[in-house]
Design a protein around this ligand. Sequence first.
Ligand SMILES: Cc1ncc(COP(=O)(O)O)c(C=O)c1O
Length: 373
Amino acid sequence: MTEFSRRVEQVSISGIREVFEAAGEDAINLGLGQPDFPTPEHARQAAIEAIEAGKADAYTSNKGTEDLREAISTKHFRDNDLDVHPEEIIATSGGSEALHIALEAHVDAGQNVIYPDPGFVSYEALTHLAGGDPRPVGLREDLTLDPATVEDAIDDDTAAFVVNSPANPTGAVQPPEDMKEFARIADEHDVLCISDEVYEHQIFEGTHRSPAEFADTDNVVVVNACSKAYSMTGWRLGWVTGSEERIERMLRVHQYAQACASAPAQYAAEAALTGPQEPVEDMRDAFQRRRDILLEGLAEMGLECPTPRGAFYAMPKVPEGWVDEVIDRGVVVVPGEAFGDNGEGYARISYATDEETLREAIEIMAEATEAVR
Ligand SMILES: Cc1ncc(COP(=O)(O)O)c(C=O)c1O
């Protein structure tokens, strides 16, 4: 029989799914990686209007509509002080596809990709699918990625390194001086930096800076999406930015794998990016309140947790057996090792849930902590 490809055999279904399946139906789910808010009304309406006007029935340009790419370009100028020409953008099926085409276009068999461990699960899997060798690197005590660690890990076979700030699963935010360093490393070592900025708006302390602001070469590509910023995970709309040469290569993958991002989603995304930004601020404020509630709860339990300054995750150090005990008592959290070997001894808690439910979950976690002590 036809064997499965070696690339695909190296990848397994995310450990996060297994946790969800193990939990009962009434469980409180603090395992989810998506905001619990509705998509802004004006974004939904824009898609409805495009559909009703018959504008969303056909393929768009492979890169995405001119208007959407204009909107993304304006967003980068507004939020990141970056000049990104619409030709330097591909609209993708979520940040996930943007990561995929970035790696496919730049990684050859035998080359390695450096990424944070614990880190977002796709980096390892997409490296395998591109035929590359994953090279996970550990984090500082505060769960940020030390540029020196990345620099030490680079060798002649390094195709790319991934920076993710604010980060999943840690909530860590890289300070601007680190982002400058990542840009320098990309320039000096002539290695691609893939900057995953999907949580850029969920930041409570510090500011988000992109390595793309500091690079002198075109060695930074930026991955972003409407998913987390506008609570649009179901719409599947993200994008990648890069020099025209890099975009042309990534487009070769996107064109054959995807053709174009979903047209209705493109209209919704354009409206989200150009419309009122209050929903983004409201979500950030809600996440910050919940983060504070969760951190207080964890401190009362005696669990040490590096302060998450962004995204909507906390990653406390937990005693052995804690995750199973918490799940058995009806609260879903994800074991740290689902995000890499260095995640062992930690758990990822998502606070994308309302305050009342979060408080209820904290009580249960406190009981579980007592039980395993
Ligand atoms: C760090 C990070 N990057 C990218 C993605 C992909 O997001 P999208 O839903 O836009 O594909 C996620 C989703 O959880 C994420 O956490």
